[in-house]
Write a protein that binds this ligand. Structure first.
Ligand SMILES: NC(=O)c1ccc[n+]([C@@H]2O[C@H](COP(=O)([O-])OP(=O)(O)OC[C@H]3O[C@@H](n4cnc5c(N)ncnc54)[C@H](O)[C@@H]3O)[C@@H](O)[C@H]2O)c1
Length: 146
């Protein structure tokens, strides 16, 4: 299966890797033969979600707040500079809809800012393709980063 996948051998940056969708995506991408570089701040994700991925040498994780621009550009960017990354899959977003309705700053921080800062990162790293989940959407399908 992995040999026939167009993703086999690719290095994927996966935000929200410890979340519900991100962790399952990580497991699947690893099964396809990808190297997965995860980013998560564990605000809603868990270590239990990524227990299987943690056992795979092709998985690594940066624990970092993607809403924090300086953390993204001053810490994550230098850490990733020397690693060629083929694609980014952006799943780090607020999934607590009631919390976002109660306080719009929750979505501003964990959906808008995480997405904006992720796009800044991709631009700096010249990562050409980004796939995002609808509420965290930066594009409806894989496309070119402006
Ligand atoms: N689960 C579903 O059925 C479903 C369906 C459609 C859309 N979505 C959307 O997809 C997205 C992901 O959903 P999910 O169910 O995986 O949610 P989730 O909360 O399980 O995963 C999101 C991950 O992003 C991380 N994250 C949040 N803010 C962060 C920040 N500032 N910095 C770094 N990491 C951060 C969280 O810790 C978490 O691990 C959400 O926007 C959700 O609304 C989910």
């Amino acid at each position: 299966m992995s040999a026939s996948s167009p993703l086999a051998g690719k290095t994927i940056l996966l935000t929200g890797a410890a979340g519900f969708i991100g962790s399952q995506l990580a497991d699947h991408l690893l099964t396809l033969g990808c190297t997965v570089i995860g980013v998560d701040n564990f605000s809603r994700g868990t270590e239990a979600n990524i227990a299987a991925a943690r056992r795979n040498p092709r998985f690594s994780l940066h624990t970092l707040d993607l809403a924090d621009e300086s953390a993204v550009l001053d810490t994550l960017l230098p850490a990733l500079r020397s690693t060629p990354i083929d694609e980014a899959w952006h799943m780090a977003a607020n999934s607590d809809i009631p919390a976002g309705v109660r306080d719009p700053r929750v979505d501003h921080r964990n959906t808008f800012l995480t997405t904006f800062n992720t796009l800044l990162l991709l631009q700096q790293l010249n990562i050409p393709a980004c796939c995002a989940n609808p509420p965290a959407r930066c594009s409806p399908s894989p496309t070119t980063v402006p």
